[in-house]
Design a protein around this ligand. Structure first.
Ligand SMILES: [Zn+2]
Length: 161
């Protein structure tokens, strides 16, 4: 295999695929979260972005879109989910359900999902703390607070943990 699979430059390159997806979503008037599923040799198996607004589908998160785009696989061992934002509980469940080995996260400043839980259960978590990803989310949340609360399942009465 060329280069170490945990080479930080490789992970940054994968993150650009997710960021490109997030920007596509912005262009479509959607939520700026993008993701890609990366194969054992670093190839992009599938990519996608949150489509809550575009498809009126609350189950189409960036990670699920990338996962679905990748199609069927016998095993997810040695695959990496790269996402611009800490994965929510729903997407963390997907990672654990299918045994995706690693999650590379753009940022966890604007939202913290289940990545600590994943780490506790053996998923390799890499948090890149990327300023581009933070800026995308901060800009979006400031402009669309209600849409953001809807996406993370916060109805104002309780916060999902
Ligand atoms: Zn999610």
């Amino acid at each position: 295999m060329q280069g170490s699979p945990s080479d930080p430059r490789r992970m940054r390159a994968w993150l650009t695929v997710a960021v490109d997806e997030a920007r596509i979503s912005v262009g479509e008037g959607g939520i700026p979260i993008g993701a890609a599923l990366i194969g054992p040799d670093g190839e992009v198996l599938g990519r996608g972005h949150n489509r809550r607004v575009q498809d009126a589908d609350p189950s189409l998160h960036a990670e699920t879109a990338a996962f679905r785009a990748a199609g069927r696989r016998r095993t997810y061992r040695d695959t990496t989910m790269v996402t611009t934002l800490s994965p929510c509980w729903y997407c963390s469940g997907l990672v654990r359900q299918f045994g995706i080995s690693r999650v590379v996260i753009g940022e966890a400043r604007t939202f913290v999902g289940g990545h600590t839980w994943l780490a506790e259960h053996g998923t390799d978590i890499v948090l890149l703390d990327d300023p581009q990803c933070v800026e995308l989310m901060e800009h979006f949340i400031a402009a669309n607070p209600e849409l953001w609360m809807e996406d993370i399942g916060d109805d104002g009465e309780h916060r999902q943990r």
